[in-house]
Design a protein around this ligand. Structure first.
Ligand code: ADP
Ligand code: CIR
Length: 342
């Protein structure tokens, strides 16, 4: 394995922190589940326009490849090697109001967390058989949910094209063929072992075996962020009765992409901000102040349409779930104020 050839204008954190010295130190290493540096960095080597460029294959990757991953984690989350992650998913601690009670700006609110099963490798390093076992265990646990969370599991394999495309377009289902995930080995054996669980109203959904083994999602129209968070917290608690999730004292919930460690939470709104959208510098100054990320209307690596943006917390590690959601809500209030003034 040779040192990768990054173009001179490469901006990924992989390119920034994989110095020839770090490469030489890590190139022969292999985790107990058999994950190597070559696998860890392949997504960013094949996609030189990556923001980050790495995917872990198991919890041990974060220890063994720390000389590369710790600086990436520090830059993305502002979280150092001696920091410890603290979790707080208690809805009683949230205490926020609806930032858009008249429904003039916010179309919908969505909060998701990533989870992976303890004692299994992460998606990039799952064998075909392990992926099927994960699907079986997770779908069994989901089928036991009750009340508002009760629903059904729909495997991707055998789902008709129309249903699939409609669910992607309506923001319920993950997209197919993501080149970043493809290079990380996350699309192997596609679509086998993948699927989506949802309740009748599609306010509670779980993606199975996409980038993480579970993406637990609560969403609804409007800006009642507390309601969305409350539903998610209840769902996670119920699932924890039947599944043990990969968790580290230092890094919180373990995920395949280091940007998702810790809370593994992305709390977002779809918000219409046409005036601010035309003043990107001002827009970015506010999102930077509240540590928020701007995405397009069809998720990561997509564009805005009709002045509608996806605004979410950027940091997920070293911040509690309650803090992450509150920060997003406060940033959304500030964005609405500025849009009104513009
Ligand atoms: P993830 O949130 O899991 O990191 P994406 O950025 O790809 O992944 O988003 C997944 C899907 O969720 C996309 O279809 C995206 O448009 C949708 N989505 C995100 N936030 C919201 C929201 N607040 N309301 C409705 N759909 C949303
Ligand atoms: C990248 O490196 O651009 C992709 N692997 C996606 C990284 C995760 N995105 C993010 O900023 N949260």
């Amino acid at each position: 394995m040779n040192y990768p050839n990054f173009p001179s204008d490469c901006k990924s954190l992989l390119c920034k922190y994989l110095t020839p010295e770090v490469f030489d130190e890590l190139k022969e290493k292999k985790t107990r589940y058999g994950y190597t540096l070559d696998q860890l960095i392949r997504s960013g080597v094949e996609n030189v326009d990556s923001g980050i460029g790495v995917y872990a294959g198991d919890e041990e990757s974060y220890e063994l490849f720390a000389p590369l991953l710790d600086p990436i984690i520090r830059e993305y989350h502002g979280f150092g090697p001696d920091d410890r992650h603290v979790s707080d998913m208690d809805p009683a601690h949230l205490q926020i109001g609806n930032p858009d009670p008249e429904g003039a700006y916010v179309l919908s609110t969505r909060i998701r967390v990533g989870r992976n099963l303890h004692c299994f490798p992460l998606g990039p390093n799952l064998s075909r058989r392990e992926r099927l076992v994960v699907e079986c265990r997770v779908s069994d646990a989901l089928r036991a949910l009750e009340g508002e969370l009760a629903g059904s599991y729909h495997p991707l394999e055998g789902m008709d094209k129309e249903t699939r495309e409609r669910m992607i377009k309506d923001h319920f289902l993950f997209k197919e063929g993501d080149r970043f995930l493809e290079a990380a080995g996350l699309n192997r054996d596609w679509p086998e072992g993948r699927g989506i669980y949802h309740n009748k109203d599609k306010t509670f959904l779980v993606w199975v075996n996409e980038e993480d083994e579970l993406r637990i999602i609560s969403m609804e129209r409007g800006a009642d962020i507390a309601s969305v968070f409350g539903r998610l917290a209840k769902a996670v608690k119920s699932l924890e009765k039947r599944l043990v999730f990969a968790f580290s004292e230092r890094l919180g919930y373990i995920t395949s992409c280091p940007t998702n460690l810790g809370t593994a939470m992305r709390a977002s709104v779809h918000i219409r901000l046409p005036k601010l959208g035309a003043k990107m510098e001002k827009f970015k100054a506010i999102t930077d102040r509240y540590e928020l990320q701007i995405r397009g209307i069809h998720g990561e690596h997509s564009e805005s349409e009709g002045g509608v943006y996806d605004i979410s917390n950027k940091r997920r590690l070293g911040i509690t779930e309650v803090q992450a959601v509150r920060q997003m809500a406060e940033g959304v209030e500030a964005l609405i104020e500025e849009e009104k003034r513009s």
